[in-house]
Write a protein that binds this ligand. Structure first.
Ligand SMILES: C[S@@+](CC[C@H](N)C(=O)[O-])C[C@H]1O[C@@H](n2cnc3c(N)ncnc32)[C@H](O)[C@@H]1O
Length: 218
């Protein structure tokens, strides 16, 4: 069962599908993006990977380069249609419709990747979401989360904070519509603590505009 905020998020990204990748053209982020593209492939060396909320598949060809197999999922067909047009590194990458909160894969994977998804998970849902993700992974499976740091002047300003501590932004699409989007910017120590009893080997990596964490599931 999805909250109104979660359904709004789904609809917002369906509507944004064709303008989404413009976010990756911001000049001040180019050096970081190149560095992340170089960093990602080794994270999934020879792994069977489940990607959550793959969107238009911007990261998929880079991240999947050295994987054994890759299943990229997203709840919106509008973004998957674009993802399916991407040039892929090998023939073992598949795209499939899938709800991040209703994963039903069994323990088929030994790694998972979620790009720019953690920031959209309401804080009160994070435990449930992680439990569902971890149920798809073999013991010791590796998780990589990649997301934005808040950078004044580059990030969309925070418009409000709710009672759970979730922060929100007001975003505008090309058709003139405005959308309130939940977007959290986690504190690394809080995230480390939160993941602590579900994981081992937590590592935090920072670029100027982005962060990533990697860990293994118990
Ligand atoms: C910020 S985009 C990230 C896309 C891609 N991972 C990237 O980094 O470019 C968030 C994605 O979450 C997807 N999404 C929203 N709600 C979802 C849900 N419940 N399950 C799976 N994907 C969802 C949206 O369709 C959108 O593609």
């Amino acid at each position: 069962m999805h909250s109104a905020t979660e359904l709004d998020l789904q609809r917002y990204y369906a509507q944004r599908a064709h303008e989404y990748e413009r976010i990756y053209a911001k000049p001040e982020r180019q050096a970081d993006l190149a560095s992340i593209k170089a960093w990602l492939p080794a994270q999934f060396d020879d792994r069977r990977v489940l990607e959550i909320a793959c969107g238009t598949g911007y990261w998929t060809p880079h991240a999947a380069a050295r994987s054994r197999s890759w299943l990229a999922t997203d709840v919106n067909e509008e973004v998957l249609a674009i993802a399916r047009t991407k040039a892929l590194p090998h023939g073992r990458v598949q795209f499939q419709i899938g709800d991040a909160y209703a994963l039903d894969h069994g323990r088929e994977f030994d790694a998972a990747f979620a790009g720019f998804w953690w920031s959209h998970v309401p804080r009160q849902r994070a435990g449930d979401w992680l439990a569902g993700l971890h149920r798809c992974l073999t013991p010791g499976g590796r998780v990589v989360l990649l997301d934005n740091r808040y950078v004044h002047g580059s990030s969309t300003p925070i418009s409000r904070t709710d009672a759970h501590g979730n922060t929100y932004q007001q975003r505008r699409l090309d058709d003139g519509s405005t959308h309130e989007v939940l977007k959290n910017f986690p504190d690394p120590n809080a995230l480390r603590f939160f993941l602590g009893n579900r994981s081992f080997g937590f590592q935090w990596v920072e670029w100027d505009h982005f962060w990533a964490c990697t860990y293994q599931v118990m």
